[in-house]
Design a protein around this ligand. Sequence first.
Ligand code: DX5
Ligand code: ZN
Length: 213
Amino acid sequence: MLVAPSVLSADFGNLQRDVESICEAGCDLVHVDVMDGHFVPNLTIGPVVVSAIAACATKPLDIHLMVENNTFFVELFAPLKPEYISFHIEEEKHPHRLIQKIRSLGIKPAIVLNPHTPPESIEYLLGDLDMVLLMSVNPGFGGQSFIESVIPKAMKLSEMRNRINPNCLIEVDGGVSDKNIHMLKDAGVDIVVAGSYVFNHANKKEAIKSLQI
Ligand code: DX5
Ligand code: ZN
């Protein structure tokens, strides 16, 4: 299991220190939550702050867009060369076109599904994706509780992925901790995002290790 700590739970007054600390603690990716105050009822960071994160991160960036007008934000963040850019299927009229655009910029494309969105909705896109991100909370805030219905959903998606595109990874985001990591692993999940669990832990290295099962 790969671990992508969410910078949303970092201390923004000490952002460089916190980004360096998760990278030194052995995380696999750095998860960056971009919210626009329209698609979700919260507003986070733009390219100025994300480029500061990119400058001190020694692990690849995993940018999670929670925005309207995805194409605009893809173009804004592409120069930072993240490993992944993921966008919500609920907010995109032309997901296939946007996947091709992200790939043409040298970035791995990923799609995010909100808790209510069925995995079947992306069946005909799966072959073109490098990752699918399943939300296990309603997007917008860190520190919420894990929605258990993501487990059967991940199992269903994992079966689809094995059939259509075995190289496509499955990521889960929201309320992840040592309490649900084994269930997620058994369901076929490859990457977890963890914000409050990692940043509230007294020892970030131990927290990350406990999820890398
Ligand atoms: C929620 C974000 C998550 C969140 C995870 O909209 O996408 O990445 O910060 O935080 P925790 O692990 O605290 O649920
Ligand atoms: Zn996220």
